[in-house]
Write a protein that binds this ligand. Structure first.
Ligand code: TXA
Ligand code: MG
Length: 528
């Protein structure tokens, strides 16, 4: 099909009459709106609407929004308009706000996707507004992209998706807003936000305080049949490039993307700090969001990151589009990794190396010592006054008693672990402002359940028993009996190994182990 291009920048342009003729004859023309370009046809003409579905490759059960020029037209297609809907219409029309209401029979099934409701919006853009008025039609218009692709916000986007598939395309200004209208359902005596947009939830709440945010706004819709807004169940806005949302504090996000050196969709405040390749989102990301998503494919980029927007104000709409573009892929920072193994195997050397690679390290032994004051009364109750010298905890004595039997070791863990875990979580929270990866260096991560609860991956270091024995004697100044007891206090190597995502054996020289640490860290970073 030959697609005619109509240049229209003002409402008094003569091309508007030509567009109206095509529409009145049941043709499809892509038009600008203030949100995104729409693929318009006579909403009450089933044959015309059918062409929209064909041009987009849109599933038949995904209904279209009917665009009208004034509030009067609403009465022709809506069976009833509840008071709450009327209040919102008065506040937000003309504008990027769509209401879902019970429909009159005049609206064909194909337009409403077989539902007994209709979505209606009165756009603010003067060109579509003038076309609706002059044609005397109501226009069904989904976004003018191929189904599943990012919505089009410029003439170029529309041309690339629709050339040859429809009768005409209006060549006009880029869309002012950049994301589709806010969609709100007024059915069943409730007011429910189905798709966030420029008219934010906060603004609607000023009028309707008990606005419900539908769970499908932020989450994947599990029961596909029950999707209130059928469009939310389809893969959406997705470029071919695999996009991942990174949820974390700004500095941590920047550290992470620079470390990974993968293309970033970067907002204005992030741009100057990002050394990884970047595509600009600019100051108001919604304006360039869909353009940026399309650029990823135009540039042949295979993988990209973007910071998860705060789900406030316009951020909710951005998040809603991005999480779909990302196929619900999101990484939460900081990534907490666990480093464990028997004592005396060189975990501290690995931790030091990890710091060189920019990981924050929490020394869990230190975190434990910090809370001994808090735990001292409980320790005395369990092990007696002998663990106290000069009013203070005598660590060596506690160690000797606590590690003397399996039962005592368990008793010690039962007292210390809950307080230690609390302290560790406090440290993680503090470090998460600036750090993308946090390494917990701790001998009892697995036994305490911290590994399972807090750590995404576990790194295990072990060494042969004799080597550990010798280290205890040299490092901690223990005699043979004490060193033997310390050795036995840790679980056997095999126990740790069975939990390892990454495993290192430290039987060699310092420099050999150093090389092993570096190799493992590079592998870990690649996998993050
Ligand atoms: O800003 C916009 O709304 C743009 C411009 C062109 O006006 N249009 C647009 O249409 O975004 P579309 O078809 O891409 O998205 C309409 C959304 C879909 O998720 C659809 O499932 C939902 O609105 N929708 C339409 N009618 C509905 C109904 N009766 N009940 C529930 N959801 C409905
Ligand atoms: Mg769409």
């Amino acid at each position: 099909m030959k697609t005619e291009i109509f240049k229209i920048y003002r409402r008094n342009n003569n091309n508007i009459n030509k567009v109206c003729e095509i529409l009145k004859n049941g043709g499809v023309v892509a038009l600008p709106t203030e949100t995104v370009y729409g693929l318009a046809a006579d909403a009450l003409n089933p044959e015309a609407v059918k062409k929209i579905f064909a041009a987009k490759g849109r599933p038949a059960d995904n209904p279209l929004i009917v665009h009208i020029a004034n509030k009067e037209q609403l009465k022709e297609i809506a069976l009833s308009v509840p008071e709450n809907a009327q209040k919102c219409i008065n506040a937000f029309w003309p504008g990027p706000f769509t209401v879902i209401l019970p429909k009159k029979d005049i609206v064909p099934d194909i337009t409403s996707g077989g539902l007994n409701t209709v979505a209606v919006r009165c756009p603010e853009n003067p060109i579509i507004n003038e076309i609706i008025k002059r044609s005397g039609l109501m226009l069904a218009a989904p976004s003018a992209n191929l189904s599943g692709s990012p919505s089009p916000t410029t003439f170029k986007h529309v041309l690339s998706d629709m050339n040859g598939r429809i009768e005409g395309i209006v060549n006009s200004y880029d869309c002012k807003i950049g994301v589709e209208s806010t969609v709100v359902s007024f059915l069943n005596n409730e007011v429910r936000l189905l798709r966030p947009g420029k008219i934010t939830a906060e603004r609607i709440k000023k009028i309707i305080p008990d606005l419900i945010i539908d769970s499908g706004v932020l989450q994947i819709i599990k029961d596909q049949k029950k999707a209130l807004s059928p469009g939310m169940k389809y893969k959406h806005y997705a470029p071919k490039c695999s996009v991942t949302l990174i949820n974390g504090k700004k500095q941590a996000f920047i550290k992470f993307v620079n470390r990974k050196n993968i293309t970033v969709l970067a907002e204005k405040t992030e741009q100057e700090y990002i050394t990884a390749p970047k595509i600009f989102l600019g100051e108001h990301p919604e304006h360039r969001l869909f353009t940026a998503l399309r650029e990823l494919d135009e540039k042949g980029i295979k993988k990209a990151y973007v910071k998860s927007p705060d789900k406030k104000g316009m951020g909710l709409a951005l998040y809603n589009r991005l999480i779909r573009a990302a196929g619900f892929n999101e990484i939460n920072l900081p990534l907490v990794l666990g480093l464990t193994g028997p004592s005396g195997v060189g975990k501290t050397s690995f931790a030091a190396k990890a710091k060189e690679f920019g990981f924050a390290v929490i020394d869990c032994d230190k975190a434990a010592r910090e809370v001994t004051d808090e735990a001292l009364p409980m320790l005395i109750k369990a092990f007696g006054e002998t663990i106290v010298s000069n009013g203070k905890l005598n660590r060596k004595k506690l160690g000797v008693i606590a590690f003397s039997t399996e039962e005592n070791t368990q008793k010690l863990n039962g007292i210390m672990l809950p307080v230690i875990v609390k302290n560790i979580n406090k440290k993680i929270k503090k470090l998460s402002v600036k750090n993308d990866v946090i390494l917990l260096d701790g001998a009892t991560l697995i036994e305490s359940g911290a590994a399972e609860k807090i750590c995404k991956k576990i790194i295990v270091v072990t060494a042969d028993e004799q080597i550990r024995f010798n280290r205890f004697k040299a490092r901690d100044n223990l005699n043979d009996i004490e060193a033997e007891a310390r050795k036995k206090a840790s679980k056997p190597n095999e126990f740790y190994k069975s939990y390892a995502d990454y495993y290192l054996l430290n039987n060699g020289s310092f420099s050999e182990f150093n090389t092993v640490c570096e190799k493992t860290l590079k592998e870990i970073i690649k996998d993050l």
